[in-house]
Ligand binder design. Sequence first.
Ligand code: C2E
Ligand code: CA
Ligand code: CA
Ligand code: CA
Length: 279
Amino acid sequence: VAESGLRMFMRYDRQAVERKKHQLSLSQALHSAIEQDQLFLNFQAKYDIHKQALSGCEVLVRWQHPDYGIVPPSLFIPLAEQQGQIIEIGYWVLKQAFQALVNWNNKGIHIGKMAVNISGRQLMEPDFIDWIKRHLTQYGVNAALLEFELTETFLLENFDDCVNKLNVLSDLGISIAIDDFGTGYSSLAYLNKLPLNVLKIDRSLIADIESNLQTQSLVANIVRLAHDLNLRVVVEGVETVDQLQLVQQMGCDVIQGYFIARPQSEQGYIALLSSANSQ
Ligand code: C2E
Ligand code: CA
Ligand code: CA
Ligand code: CA
């Protein structure tokens, strides 16, 4: 027993060491990810239930590493936030997103808003607002085409700092969405004090919405309260027609999820748009 216990311990220990090593090399690799042009963007369509039409997209960053393959953002974004590289990555994403908007505009492709995830740490950068103003001008991007998604947890933990900055962004014409709603405090009391336009219900709530009556009434209540606050409700993670019908009955405005489209390359996304338009 003692021996197998020791062996087990060593096995777990070795796994921990391997994990640590992997994390370490990943974090070193992240330093050169931008330099070596390993990041790229995916675009995931959003669908307006009332208009029955595609209504914009969310930009999602991807990292193609030569040895590790595609590293999911759930792994490297938290790492980048810890190490501070999220600032550089965030600006890179914004520049690429602006460029895509310019390209689409030049090609006559108009598709509503483009949503970009903004890390809380990036919003807190002293230069962030000025950077945005400078680059909107430099690229010639219409601010009304942009939506910034910020997580509920971050907004509520840094409430006072956020109010001013979000007000400036909002005055510029950028739409503000509260992201991952339903995973943190879900405190509706704060919501009317922030210049919000959109509330995004997290996909964890949608995953069991068909089987769990409690989740169902929670989502229905969030939708009602959000509408009382004049917020548009976006539901993410819609994968089935049953989920779509449920959230439609609840009055949700926009859906995003594999049922409509997966995140895809710029080319794939544009192809989706033109096939939707020609229908
Ligand atoms: P998020 O902002 O909540 O993004 C939605 C995530 O749900 C995306 O995962 C998307 O691919 C996935 N998703 C969308 N529809 C479905 C569906 O129907 N079913 C399932 N199972 N999943 C669906 P992804 O792309 O892996 O991104 C994970 C997270 O990484 C994002 O969560 C966001 O927090 C972060 N992230 C991604 N790109 C960026 C970025 O450019 N900047 C920052 N700061 N964070 C980013
Ligand atoms: Ca998001
Ligand atoms: Ca989300
Ligand atoms: Ca989420």
